[in-house]
Design a protein around this ligand. Structure first.
Ligand SMILES: [Zn+2]
Length: 328
């Protein structure tokens, strides 16, 4: 499973931070984070609310473009070790430069240069998607969209929305999404992780995204499932994340296979892997164990992911060659 060449579309850069990397950075900066690590070095938490605190504490030591360059290298090293050949990562100018375009440009340059180093040394390709944060509100999404629009190009290729999907309505963020779309950015929106099928429908109606982050709760609305299949909307499914956070109580009850059977284009990603104690490899192993996914199905899923990737055609051709061995 580790060696299958993989395409991962849904990965938060800070959420990919390996615990050893955060521990080292905290030590350099003389920040005491000992409370967030287990004895064996992984992140530790009691429940979902504690997880949010641990996440916030861990990411609090990431404060400069150089920190983000090092983070990018650490995250991609882990991804490459799990067979990922192409990834897209969510970046937030809220956390990188506080929404200021000049500061954001410095962060983005550092992240991009680190990613290009890793492409040369580890053969993994990365592209960036800016996300606004839903629970920060629509006003806040505007400068974030401006940051994205100002830096849109062949590396920064998408715009999306993450954060608490139970807060506000997708339509409240139309200005930001229009701004991003006009700059040529492709659109994906987090929905249907916590907010139910209605949240997916709202996101589609209001913002017309090509992809939905998660989207798995659409399974509860058969007409919506048909719409996803007919319109070719791609779901960035993160089953290991969903099971860890309790969106579904176990792997067997996760709807990824039912959605796939109904003709929805599903893909597999890890969201914030070290925080959930998962990797792309462990998710593939679970999909194989619980749903019998074999190389052929993984190849189909990775082709769907590459087709839905926000990079240019030349990059897709290059990645398709790497998927080659697993193409049907
Ligand atoms: Zn996410």
């Amino acid at each position: 499973m580790r060696d299958i060449p993989k395409v991962e579309l849904h990965l938060h850069l800070e959420g990919g931070a390996p615990p050893a990397f955060i521990r080292g950075l905290a030590k350099e900066k003389s920040v005491d984070l000992s409370g967030i690590f287990r004895e064996d070095g992984g992140y530790t938490y009691r429940d979902f609310w504690h997880f949010l605190q641990v996440y916030e504490a861990a990411t609090s030591v990431l404060t400069t473009p150089e920190d983000y360059a090092r983070l990018t290298r650490a995250v991609l090293e882990e991804s490459a070790a799990n067979g990922v050949v192409y990834a897209e990562t969510f970046l937030s100018p809220d956390f990188c430069g506080g929404g200021d375009v000049g500061a954001w440009r410095d962060y983005l340059t550092a992240i991009r240069e680190a990613a290009e180093d890793m492409e040369r040394s580890h053969g993994i390709t990365l592209r960036g998607i800016v996300t606004c944060i839903r629970h920060f509100g629509p006003e806040r999404s505007r400068p974030i969209a401006v940051c994205a629009a100002e830096t849109a190009g062949d590396w920064l290729t998408g715009f999306g929305m993450a954060g608490d999907e139970l807060k506000g309505k997708p339509g409240d963020f139309l200005w930001a999404f229009d701004c991003a779309r006009e700059a040529g950015l492709r659109i994906t929106v987090h929905a249907g992780e916590w907010g139910g099928a209605a949240s997916v429908r709202d996101a589609l109606d209001a913002l017309n995204p090509e992809r939905i982050g998660h989207g798995v709760q659409a399974i509860d609305d058969p007409a919506l499932v048909d719409r996803l299949a007919e319109d070719g909307i791609v779901l960035e499914c993160c089953p290991g994340s969903n099971v860890f956070l309790g969106v579904y109580k176990d792997w067997r009850s996760h709807p990824i296979e039912r959605l796939r059977e109904r003709g929805v284009k599903v893909t597999v990603s890890t969201d914030d892997p070290p925080f959930f104690g998962i990797t792309m490899t462990s998710d593939y192993e679970n999909l194989n164990r619980h749903f019998g996914w074999d190389e052929e199905i993984f190849a189909e899923v990775n082709r769907n992911a590459l087709e839905a990737a926000f990079c240019d055609a030349a990059t897709k051709d290059k990645i398709a060659k790497k998927l080659g061995a697993s193409r049907a």
